[in-house]
Every structure is written in structure tokens, then in C-alpha cells.
Design a protein around this ligand. Sequence first.
Ligand code: CMP
Length: 136
Amino acid sequence: SAERTLVLIKPDGVRRRLVSEILGRFERKGLGIDAMVLRRMDDRLADQHYAVHLAEPFYPGLRAFMTSGPLVALVLSGDGVVEMVRGMVGATDGRRAVPGTIRGDFATSGRENLVHAADSAETARREIALWFPGLD
Ligand code: CMP
């Protein structure tokens, strides 16, 4: 079966009405959508999803932002999808992200950067299990 990755269209993306723009880029690229849901992240899910960032000074602000409204969680599939999607999303800080990437085209913040994408196949498996338990 094809490789999978976990993507979040963050609350700023939903508020700014950029869901179809962002989703459309993944669709036009030719990636598969294996699962998708609009939901709110609560503190507990945030702490699990961002376990590696719990001790970072930016974590309290990140959690407040990520729980501030609904987000879209999706599982994308395709050969080499983890690295491909990271490339399409661009650098973390929207001010540094290259034009042509999602963050480079639409984000100007290091925190409110529109999209999260799993950074490795291993992380993707963990995050997919967290957001879509039971997805086969
Ligand atoms: P994401 O790819 O979801 O992974 C961790 C998130 O933390 C990142 O996107 C940003 O939203 C946020 N983040 C990372 N670094 C910083 C920072 N220095 N200041 C504020 N937020 C950050």
C-alpha cells in the first residue's frame, strides 16, 4: 500500500477560508485523500500531537493557537508523500518560506503557518493513529 502522511489545515487556514486552496493543491498534485475530518483540537490532543514540543518556550502559545478553532485533519497517500508534502508546505516560518509553497504564498508568521505536515514516515504513523484510530 502507498505511503501516507498526516496533514492539519490549522485554525488560521479555516478562519482565512483557505481550506479549498490548500486541499486543492494536494488534489491537483495527484495525492490521494484517505481520511478527512473537521474538528477541534483540545488541550489533551495538542499535548499528544506535539509531545516533542511540550518543553519548548513557544509551546503554550502554540497550544492556545491550535485549540482556538476548528481545523481540518487529513491523511494523504502516494509514493514518497511524506517528503513531497513537506516540500509543498515549505519552511516553518512563513517569512522565510519560499514562494510557491503554501506557507511561502500565504503565511507571514512563525506560529500561524496554516499547515502541519508529519516530518517522517515514523511520525506520520504515530500521528495518523492519534487522529484516525482504526483507519486501515
Ligand atoms: P508545525 O509544523 O505544526 O510544528 C510545530 C509548530 O510550532 C510549528 O508548525 C509552528 O506552528 C510552531 N512553531 C515552531 N517554531 C515556533 C516558534 N519559534 N515560535 C512560535 N511558534 C513556533
